[in-house]
Design a protein around this ligand. Structure first.
Ligand SMILES: *[C@@H]1O[C@H](CO)[C@@H](O)[C@H](O)[C@H]1NC(C)=O
Ligand SMILES: *[C@@H]1O[C@H](CO)[C@@H](O)[C@H](O)[C@H]1NC(C)=O
Length: 373
């Protein structure tokens, strides 16, 4: 699908552009590979038929090898072999900060870099993420787990009536994002949340737009971790305040108390930050949209769901995607929690056609299991 020619599309686009308080960044291809430590060792046992996740508890899982590790499937695929670089650091922590990193990232706009942001704002946030828990998604206790199985739950209408809740909860880790309504939809989407991914902009927009549909608070819990997507100075400021347990001290969210969103715990282990270089790499390799070469290139970035799913694909051994766009998306409502069917609209800030093709191809390659119906 190319760019819609419908004038209504452009009108909607303008509305999105003017309503969204955020300046989506222009992609620049200056990202160079940064070989770094792998976040964790991957199991590379021989592939077997992928039987799909079973409702096993995590106790019985231990010691069971991966039936079909995705890194191996990627390695064996003629196209994806050259796209995946599992050595890329996924998270940005204080330890990765150097003058060279500053020089390189300050050339690129967020979410790919720090152009226009002050070094002090960046450093004051990153210096809080200086422990080992900021370098990896999964706790060090999980390092020797044989097979990490993840479910990433998008908010697509395909989940309405899907009865996938138990299958989703059977995974070791469950990723959710933005307006992830759970109450009332447990049978379809499950209840477990290990990671919640967002930008401050998408989180707050979701709380406003979907409040009436049941999204009255961000998922919270003792074992839950938050993944900040750094699309703006706002994300660095909110992250800093959240770790310190203080109100946000500047910017459009000034005065906000992070505890209202994330619950009482203020600590570095609770909050993770996606590396801007990782977002560049994902965009360049997996989601290089033609939209980037239009006048709307500044608005384009991969969707929150795409960033979370690709994050899981670079950190887990098996990944199932639920509620992501499929070829028959028109059969379903935009979101699973809508009461009346609402068509999915393709705005120019994301390229959902390109994302749909990527999920389809990764599924066909056996790298991802995409829930379809
Ligand atoms: C991280 O930084 C804090 C404050 O600057 C300091 O107290 C702490 O010891 C540092 N931790 C590590 C692991 O470097
Ligand atoms: C959700 O599914 C039910 C049936 O399972 C259907 O009646 C309803 O219209 C669907 N809602 C939307 C918004 O599509």
């Amino acid at each position: 699908m190319g760019l819609p020619r419908d004038p209504l599309f452009w009108l909607l686009l303008l509305l999105v552009a003017s309503c969204s308080g955020i300046l989506f960044a222009l992609f620049s291809s200056e990202g160079e590979p940064h070989p770094g430590p792998r976040s964790r060792a991957r199991s590379t046992t021989a592939p077997r038929a992928f039987s799909g996740p079973k409702a096993a508890n995590s106790g019985t899982r231990k010691g069971r090898p991966c039936g079909h590790p995705l890194a191996l499937a990627a390695q064996q695929h003629p196209r994806f072999r050259d796209l995946f670089d599992f050595s890329k650091p996924v998270l940005l922590s204080g330890g990765l900060y150097t003058w060279a990193l500053w020089d390189s990232l300050s050339q690129r706009k967020a979410p790919y870099g720090w152009q226009g942001l002050s070094r002090q704002d960046i450093v004051s946030t990153l210096s809080l993420l200086n422990g080992s828990e900021s370098t990896q998604l999964f706790g060090s206790g999980k390092l020797h787990q044989d097979c990490i199985r993840c479910a990433v739950v998008g908010n697509g209408g395909i989940l309405n009536g899907s009865r996938q809740g138990l299958n989703i909860d059977a995974h070791d880790y469950v990723f959710r994002l933005n307006g992830a309504v759970i109450k009332g939809f447990e049978e379809d989407v499950g209840t477990k949340t290990s990671f919640y991914g967002f930008t401050v902009n998408t989180m707050k927009n979701s709380l406003i737009s979907y409040k009436k549909l049941g999204f009255t608070s961000v998922p919270q819990g003792q074992d839950l971790r938050y993944i900040f997507i750094p699309s703006d100075l706002r994300d660095y400021m909110m992250l800093r305040a959240a770790v310190l347990g203080e109100p946000v001290h500047k910017g459009p969210d000034g005065g906000d108390r992070p505890q209202t969103y994330f619950g009482p715990e203020a600590s570095a282990r609770k909050f993770k930050l996606l590396h801007p270089d990782f977002i560049s790499y994902l965009t360049e390799r997996f989601l290089k949209s033609r939209l980037m070469n239009t006048n709307f290139g500044d608005l384009y970035m991969p969707s929150t769901g795409a960033l979370m799913l690709l994050t899981a694909l670079h950190t887990c051994d098996q990944v199932s995607a639920y509620g992501f766009i499929t070829s028959n998306y028109w059969k379903f409502s935009d979101h699973y929690f809508e009461r009346v069917k609402k068509p999915l609209i393709f705005y120019a800030n994301h390229d959902l056609s390109l994302e749909a093709a990527l999920w389809r191809d990764l599924h066909a390659a056996g790298i991802l299991r995409l829930y379809q119906r």
